[in-house]
Design a protein around this ligand. Structure first.
Ligand code: 6XA
Ligand code: ZN
Length: 342
């Protein structure tokens, strides 16, 4: 299996994040990608190739032009306002505040275009996020050109990012951008299976009213876990997309034994839908030692996950999402890829 990777993604290197009511060391850090890359090489998964540089158009198919432009201009606006440290949003246009004002202050813009205060932005965030989206797009192009499976080693991750907002360490929704690219360049039915520990709220929302991109997600029950406000079992799509979203919220403490029946059910939906390609939002944060998560996968379980996904039998793009137990991340990720490849 080919891996797509760009070192430009490492330029986004947050030092701190807000969690548990304090500033703590950031967990979505460059060493995540570095350990996955070195394990891909050590275990000879296949060639590692750089992404193509795509124009802005495929990003605008998923994200609003205003939002993309905000991310591009962010650092110059932030520094022009006299700041030089990492930025965190802190005020949002929530219920009863005006949605229709044209905000110009960078603090207002940060609130307008975000969903949480847990996602640090820095000088190189835009450049790294573009490289991450290019990585996913290149994987999609390879599948259109006939590859049966490709690994997009993406970072920063993408599945929480929506049409016009960032959050959950995500800026551009790599899986959604890849899915839309597959649709725009010839495929009619694409499925996204999100196995990250957290619900992929951004991806779900982007395709919620569409039947051409099936969204299936297994994740920690949002009543107990981030992102709290989406990912419940009664969310099944709307309008033309009714029935084309499915969620399996699972209790904290879920292990492979409890997870695999839900995965089997998701795979049965895939067999019914018969996608021409599948995108796997591959988070490795179901791991028992993940520092921010509460499931109980061991490293062998990730082999089983890969084996199960292979049985779906469709061209597959793996897109890296979360997973923060850095020492085990390469092993767990490559376990999925090897399990899949057999
Ligand atoms: C709150 C938790 C962010 C979740 C990030 C993640 N800081 N999403 O792994 O998949
Ligand atoms: Zn996650």
């Amino acid at each position: 299996m080919k891996t797509v990777f760009s070192a430009t993604q490492l330029a986004h290197a947050p030092a701190q994040e807000i969690s548990d009511g304090k500033l703590q060391p950031a967990v979505e850090i460059p060493s995540r990608a570095e350990i996955v890359l070195s394990t891909v090489k050590d275990r000879k998964v296949g060639d590692v190739i750089p992404p193509l540089e795509f124009p802005i158009r495929p990003l605008h198919r998923v994200h609003s032009e205003e939002y993309v432009s905000f991310l591009e201009r962010f650092w110059s606006l932030w520094t022009a306002s006299g700041r030089d440290a990492e930025a965190f949003p802190f005020v949002w246009p929530i219920r009863s505040l005006r949605q229709d004002t044209k905000v110009e202050h960078i603090d207002g813009l940060l609130g307008r275009y975000s969903m949480d205060a847990g996602t640090p932005l820095g000088q190189h965030t835009y450049r790294a996020a573009r490289a991450s989206a290019d990585t996913a797009l290149t994987a999609a192009k390879l599948v259109l050109d006939g590859e049966k499976s490709v690994f997009a080693l993406c970072r920063p991750p993408g599945h929480h990012a929506g049409h016009d907002f960032f959050g959950g360490y995500c800026f551009f929704n790599n899986a959604a951008v890849a899915a839309q690219y597959l649709r725009d360049y010839g495929l009619h039915r694409v499925a996204i299976l999100d196995v990250d520990y957290h619900h992929g709220n951004g991806t779900q929302a982007l395709f919620y009213d569409r039947p051409d991109v099936l969204f299936l997600s297994l994740h920690a029950d949002p009543k107990d876990e981030y992102p709290y406000f989406l990912g419940y079992a009664d969310e099944t799509g709307e309008h033309a997309g009714t029935g084309f979203t499915r969620n399996w919220p699972l209790p904290l403490g879920t292990d492979w034994e409890a997870y695999s029946p839900a995965l089997d059910e998701a795979c049965r939906w895939l067999l019914v839908y018969k996608p021409e390609a599948m995108i796997v939002s591959l988070g490795l944060d179901c791991f028992e030692r993940d520092p921010i998560s509460g499931f109980k996968f061991n490293s062998e379980d990730f082999v089983r996950l890969g084996q199960r996904l292979a049985r779906v039998g469709v061209p597959t793009i793996f897109i890296l999402e979360g997973g923060y137990a850095v020492d085990a991340l390469g092993t767990n990720c490559v376990n999925v890829l090897e399990g899949f490849s057999g």
